[in-house]
Design a protein around this ligand. Structure first.
Ligand SMILES: Nc1ncnc2c1ncn2[C@@H]1O[C@H](COP(=O)(O)OP(=O)(O)OP(=O)(O)O)[C@@H](O)[C@H]1O
Ligand SMILES: [Mg+2]
Length: 232
């Protein structure tokens, strides 16, 4: 479904991605794990068209998207939940969701119903101002807003960041649920253990390069991965 080949991305003179090869197949949950500054967010922003690769190719459903504008990439079916759950803090929950529905695909009410089933708390709070939600609720809202464009591929940037373990658990269960409903997922996480347990396959990024890749259950047992990322 998604294929990156030899992707190099720069910030000015700083080469943040030094030749990334990464693939996501339809129906999978794939995680991308790595330390601060490794290039995880840069990878997602390069896929969603916010950043442009200087070298390399990005194919989505066998079509190049490396020069496609970000809003067209959303229309093609890729939706990103950015790091730090950037919702509209002054708008209500419902208005935030309406902002995600700009691409008019599918039916707003149908998706709203689906989202309220996934996250009943958002239904209760649909008229509450976004900025007054708890951190976990804001993350749920950020994910829901991304779903409003009916993505085929959902890019999640550190959904567990700053949340209590019980909330992280809830968010991860819902990611699994969303995947079961047919949405393919690329999940960026620093919480390597939780991400590997949830995903089918994983990539470990170190300093702009893929250092390890494989089935998640294999990575969970890899000695080097365990030492560096799983605190063994
Ligand atoms: N706007 C920017 N200008 C210059 N350098 C940047 C910019 N954003 C990121 N970088 C650099 O690019 C590299 C990759 O950053 P990136 O944000 O992709 O890392 P990350 O893996 O998402 O880290 P984190 O876990 O902290 O979110 C880092 O060295 C970072 O300092
Ligand atoms: Mg990041």
């Amino acid at each position: 479904m998604l294929k990156l080949t030899g992707v190099h991305t720069f910030y000015g003179n700083v080469e943040a991605l030094k030749g990334i090869d990464l693939e996501v197949n339809q129906g999978e949950i794939v995680c991308l794990i790595g330390n601060n500054g490794a290039g995880k967010s840069t990878t997602l922003m390069t896929i969603s068209g916010i950043l442009r690769p200087v070298k390399g190719e990005i194919l989505f459903e066998a079509e190049s998207i490396k020069n496609t504008p970000p809003h067209k990439i959303v229309e093609k079916g890729i939706s990103q939940v950015p790091e730090g759950r950037r919702i509209f803090p002054k708008l209500t929950v419902r208005e935030n969701l309406e902002m995600g529905a700009f691409s008019e695909k599918g039916n707003f009410d149908e998706m709203l119903k689906r989202i309220f089933t996934l996250f009943p708390v958002l239904k209760e709070r649909q008229n509450q101002i976004g900025g007054t939600l708890s951190g976990g609720e804001q993350q749920m809202l950020a994910i829901s807003r991304a779903l409003m464009s009916f993505p085929k591929l959902l890019l999640l940037d550190e959904p567990s960041l700053g949340l209590a373990p019980i909330i992280v658990n809830k968010i991860f269960m819902t990611i699994k649920e969303i995947n079961k409903e047919g949405v393919t997922i690329l999940l960026v996480e620093q919480n390597a253990m939780a991400a590997l347990k949830l995903s089918h396959r994983g990539y470990v990024i170190e300093n702009g390069r893929i250092a390890f890749e494989g089935e998640s259950k294999f990575l969970l047992n890899n000695e080097k991965v365990r030492k560096a990322y799983l605190g063994d």
